[in-house]
Structures are given as structure tokens and as C-alpha cells.
Design a protein around this ligand. Structure first.
Ligand code: 13P
Length: 237
């Protein structure tokens, strides 16, 4: 399974280094073979080799150039980063990235063979409008995206579940994931208020291939516990 930590705008460079080292030791000591991805803040990126893969939360579709505040592939190459998060709800809704911009970014990084974690998910008013409206909204987030790309991971993160402590019921997650699985063969993660207390149940769902964790991932022991849950589930199967 895939266990991913989106650290957002948290942890300094020094804290991130320690964080990644702690996870790395945990995985080695416990013989944990799960795919673990960590997305630090841009200024905390660093080269890392081992079981943990470091990805970037965002980058621009460029090698370099005049794009104030953005990173290009020159900056990712410096740390051998080949994994990127695209379409996170905070980039869509807080930073205002359009589907068109995301598609451009997706295609650029796909051409370079990056592992892309592509995020989708609906806001509360869309969910409340019913299942058809919700699936229509989510389908639009697949527009222009190569859902068959072999280095793609999809993360379903309902916007209303992010950072709120609210989650869909396990039945709802399973039902939505089942529908989403028809759209793409890519591994499908669930994200949105995944905590150490609910991760084992979410991970145990058949249509869930892993989790993308925000706030709870900041507690390294909690994040490691989630890696352990995933390993236990895999060992049982
Ligand atoms: P929380 O786990 O804090 O709800 O955030 C989820 C998220 O946005 C991961 O990308």
C-alpha cells in the first residue's frame, strides 16, 4: 500500500530531516515494505535515498525562468526529486489553480516520467447536491488528465474532510472509490482527516490502496503507526 504524508506548510528543514530519518529507521527496523511518500515544504526539500521517497508539493511546468515564487525542474533535479503532488484542493481552491493549469502541469511532469499523485475531491455543497452532481464534478477533474499514465497515483480527498476531523463513512469511501476505480487503473488513496484512530479501518477497505495524510502525519509516531497498519493488512492477505 501507499502511505503518504503531505506536510503542507509545516516543519523546518531541520525538523523535516529528522522526521524523514525517523520514518526511515522505523521502516527498516520493522521490515516494513509499504511505499512511503513524504511531501515536505519546498524550502525543506533534501536529497534522500532509502525506503522513503521525497516528493514536491508543487512545482511549475518549467525547467527554470521568470516565474516568481515557483520551482522548476532544475530545483527538483538538485535533490533528485521525481515525485510531485498535483491538484491538491488547497492549490485548486486557496491558490486558485484551474483545471487547465493543472493539465499543463500534469502533462509536463508526465513527459518527464515523474510519479504524479493527482488529487481530486468535491466541496461540501457539491456533495450535498447528491451523488450524480458529485460524480459529475469529480469527473471534470479527470478532464485532460491521462488516467492510464503508468506512474500515476490518484488521491480522493473530499474538500470538506480536509483538516476538519470529518470523514465520509467507511461505506461512502468504499462506494466512491469503487466508482472512481472505473475511471483509472491507478492506485487510489483516500485523504481527508485520516488519523491514527481511523487509518486502520480506512486502509482495510478493499478499494483503498493507501492514504494521503495531512495534519496527523506531523506526529511521526502516528504516521509510522499507519505504515504498520498497512503492513499488517498486507501480511494478512
Ligand atoms: P488532513 O489530514 O489534515 O485532513 O489533510 C489531508 C490532506 O490535505 C492531505 O493532502
Amino acid at each position: 500500500m501507499i502511505i503518504a504524508a503531505n506536510l503542507k506548510t509545516n516543519l523546518t528543514r531541520k525538523q523535516t530531516k529528522e522526521y524523514v530519518e525517523n520514518i526511515e529507521s522505523f521502516l527498516i527496523e520493522n521490515n516494513n515494505s509499504q511505499e512511503v511518500l513524504v511531501f515536505p515544504t519546498a524550502s525543506s526539500l533534501n536529497e534522500h535515498s532509502g525506503k522513503v521517497t521525497i516528493g514536491v508539493q508543487n512545482a511549475y511546468a518549467t525547467q527554470n525562468g521568470a516565474f516568481t515564487g515557483e520551482l522548476g525542474t532544475d530545483h527538483l533535479d538538485e535533490f533528485a526529486i521525481k515525485t510531485i503532488l498535483i491538484g491538491h484542493s488547497e492549490r485548486r481552491h486557496v491558490l486558485g489553480e484551474s483545471q487547465e493549469e493543472l493539465v499543463k502541469k500534469f502533462n509536463f511532469y508526465k513527459e518527464l516520467g515523474f510519479k504524479i499523485v493527482y488529487c481530486i475531491g468535491e466541496p461540501l455543497e457539491v456533495r450535498e447536491a447528491g451523488n450524480d452532481t458529485m460524480m459529475e464534478y469529480i469527473s471534470a477533474q479527470y478532464e485532460g488528465i491521462d488516467a492510464e499514465y503508468d506512474n500515476l497515483i490518484i488521491a480522493y480527498e473530499p474538500v470538506w474532510a480536509i483538516g476538519t476531523g470529518l470523514t465520509p463513512t467507511l461505506e461512502d469511501i468504499e462506494a466512491i472509490h469503487k466508482d472512481l476505480k472505473k475511471k483509472s487503473p491507478a492506485p487510489l488513496l483516500y485523504g481527508g482527516s485520516v488519523k491514527v484512530t481511523n487509518a486502520a479501518d480506512v486502509l482495510a477497505l478493499k478499494s483503498v490502496d493507501g492514504v494521503l495524510v495531512g495534519s496527523a502525519s506531523l506526529y511521526v509516531e502516528h504516521f509510522c503507526a499507519m505504515c504498520e497498519y498497512a503492513q499488517n493488512i498486507e501480511n494478512k492477505n
